[in-house]
Design a protein around this ligand. Structure first.
Ligand SMILES: [Zn+2]
Length: 495
């Protein structure tokens, strides 16, 4: 016992200097396990796995602790994690078999009432994001009812939410082998394949999923707003080089089925391949929708916006506040003058800019939006694309481009023209989503940006800064602001 105490002191000292030393954490976990202090043992093993998830022993020990505590679902969870690290271990395979048998013995005769109760308990745990406890329940149910597709599905999905990607994939595969018509299982297998860095696999899963269910988002609208069509050729263009640097080598990084959250009006292929340039790291859609089809899409979206997005008060407040804050940021550099707003969309920004003493001129390619802005705000607006817009050089004190940067096919022409139209010391402000923002990194596969049919790029902030400097802009400020469905990154630049 004394020896233990000495060792414990030595290890605690090591951890004081380096709290993530997983070897020391494991040793302490082991010491406490063998002195029957399961609570402390568990604590050190969990810390150890947080420092280094790709270990075998802590999973096996945690499984043992939960077996002793008779929490067999949780024990099975840790054994499955151990099996992922070491799939051939006879010790683990035997233990899995034993635990499953014990669970079946204990839970095998569940009444349908009990099953419903357990399912709703698990769902509650998922709702409060306590995924591990939900998994404990689902795993027990799975042992008792291994053929139940609903339980398998919930289990696979909760593994995904708990970031257990390998196990999630394994269980979606089980569903597919039982029911090859389960389009959702294919869909999620696609999502997990992207995370596991197997985009070619993701592509095949998403094709299969779309063949079985051509639209997930449009169920409520009976196909009115678009679905995947194998029988038509989408208006797409293949890029043979990176649209930023011209490099020819790219790699696919993600393939998504956009129909899960976006409507395509039968115009834009919901199957989207995102590739990354091996030289400059720009992420772009390839193939991508053509300029013509993007214009048609924008038109359809504005026709149906009323049915689909019915301008809610909360959306109006969000946009109004966002544009107010953007104007305040601009006002740090410029107080008044001639403002050109490109792609004015709802017109909220230009109406605010006018109120704050800017002499506003707006252009909007979409005739419906353009007329709406004219009617509501009585503004100086022209129905024209920026490409066809003609004006003297050095004319504007401020040029703004909100919420449309990622939709512009010929970005270089835009930046060149914007620079020329600005007066010396004029301000260029725009917004976009970037791939390296806190939001994109944290939300990962569920980041909505992957699902906008009319978006063509994902910039990294540094890459974009280099590009702006190349066109002569001086970057005054880059702001990252949480704005729900609006862009999260704002650039303020000077000519
Ligand atoms: Zn490139």
């Amino acid at each position: 016992m004394e020896e233990f105490e000495d060792l414990e002191k030595t290890l605690s000292k090591i951890l004081k200097d380096n709290p993530t030393d997983y070897n020391a954490l494991n040793k302490l976990g082991y010491i406490y396990l063998h002195s029957n202090n399961f609570f402390k043992s568990q604590e050190f093993y969990i810390k150890s796995l947080a420092s280094e998830p790709n270990q075998f022993e802590p999973y096996v020990s945690l499984a043992l602790i939960y077996t002793i505590k008779l929490r067999l679902g949780k024990s099975l969870y840790y054994l499955l994690r151990a099996k992922e690290v070491n799939p051939e271990s006879p010790e683990v395979l035997t233990s899995i078999h034993e635990i499953k048998t014990a669970i079946i013995k204990k839970e095998g005769n569940l009444t349908s009432e009990n099953i419903d109760k357990l399912l709703s308990e698990a769902l509650e745990k998922v709702t409060i994001e306590n995924f591990e406890e939900a998994l404990e329940i689902y795993l027990k149910l799975y042992c008792a009812l291994p053929e139940d597709e609903n339980i398998l599905f919930n289990l696979a999905l909760t593994f995904l939410k708990n970031d257990d990607y390998g196990l999630s994939f394994e269980f979606f595969e089980k569903i597919i082998s039982k029911n090859p018509a389960n389009s959702m299982a294919y869909h999620y297998s696609g999502i997990v394949s992207n995370i596991l860095k197997k985009p070619e696999k993701a592509f095949n899963f998403h094709v299969k999923s779309l063949e079985l269910n051509p639209s997930f988002a449009d169920i409520l609208f009976n196909g009115k707003y678009g679905y995947y069509r194998k029988d038509i050729e989408y208006q797409e263009e293949y890029l043979i080089e990176c649209p930023n640097c011209g490099h020819k080598k790219t790699k696919i990084i993600s393939v998504v089925n956009q129909s899960i959250s976006s409507l395509n009006f039968n115009l834009i292929n919901p199957l989207r391949k995102w590739v990354e340039c091996k030289n400059c790291t720009l992420v772009f859609s390839n193939p991508r929708p053509t300029k013509d089809v993007l214009k048609q899409y924008s038109f359809e979206l504005s026709i149906h916006a009323k049915d689909l997005l019915e301008k809610s008060l909360s959306n109006l407040i969000l946009e109004n506040n966002a544009y107010n804050e953007r104007l305040n940021s601009i006002k740090k550099y410029i107080q008044k003058g001639k403002c050109l707003d490109i792609n004015s969309n709802t017109g909220i920004f230009v109406s605010l800019a006018k109120m704050k003493n800017f002499d506003v001129f707006a252009i909007e390619e979409n005739l419906l939006k353009c007329n709406k802005i004219k009617n509501i705000y009585n503004l100086n607006i022209e129905n024209i694309s920026f490409e066809n817009f003609e004006n003297n050089e050095n004319s504007f004190d401020l040029i703004t481009l909100w919420e449309s940067f990622e939709k512009i096919s010929n970005l270089d022409d835009y930046l060149n023209k914007i620079y020329k139209l600005l007066k010396k010391d004029g301000i260029f402000a725009f917004s976009l989503h970037t791939i390296n923002s806190f939001f994109a990194k944290t939300l990962n596969y569920s980041y909505p940006l992957w699902y906008y049919p009319d978006h063509l790029y994902f910039f990294d902030s540094e890459l974009l800064k280099t590009k702006l400097k190349k066109y002569g802009f001086e970057i005054l400020d880059v702001q990252i602001v949480g704005r729900d469905y609006l862009s999260n990154v704002e650039f303020y630049c000077k000519k």
